[in-house]
Design a protein around this ligand. Structure first.
Ligand SMILES: [Cu+2]
Length: 154
């Protein structure tokens, strides 16, 4: 008799331990703030023609970079989770004008200045990041990957 009472008590204890959760279920992501620094960098630009003589032909009439220059965002691929608030620090160290464009966001990046802006990644998806200066397109681009909150753990 004592043994059956102890077994029943043990089962009740186990049910009590597993029947009520006090910790969040896995994949119940809580959005957070993220600090992300992006710097504009020159890759193939006119100022480099003295170092790379082949650029004269590339930038010349009919060249593969006629009317263009190649810049990049570093890093160019960013990943956050939906609902996250991103505090961007955008550094343009060059003497050229750039911009940082995301859906619902257009930030001019004046030469040799740091610009800070906040952005909320509202919905999961893959979003293009662009510089809107025509001679920098389509090369100066990137992507913001916004993961679904249900797909990641905290
Ligand atoms: Cu640009």
């Amino acid at each position: 008799m004592k043994q059956s009472i102890m077994i029943a008590a043990g089962i009740a204890f186990l049910v009590g331990c597993t029947g009520s959760r006090t910790t969040p279920a896995p994949h119940s992501y809580i959005p957070r703030a993220r600090e992300i620094t992006v710097t504009t960098v020159p890759l193939l630009v006119r100022e480099q023609q003295s170092v790379f003589p082949f650029l004269a032909k590339d930038f010349g009439k009919g060249g593969v970079l006629e009317g263009k220059e190649v810049y990049a965002f570093s890093p160019s691929t960013l990943a956050v989770v939906e609902g996250d608030t991103i505090h961007f620090t955008l550094i343009n160290a060059e003497d050229d004008e750039h911009s940082f464009v995301l859906p619902d966001l257009l930030v001019p990046l004046p030469p040799q200045q740091t610009t800070r802006v906040t952005y909320v990644a509202k919905h999961a998806g893959i979003y293009p990041i662009l510089c809107a200066v025509p001679k920098h397109l389509p090369m100066m681009s990137g992507q913001l990957i916004v993961l679904a909150g249900s797909s990641v753990a905290n």
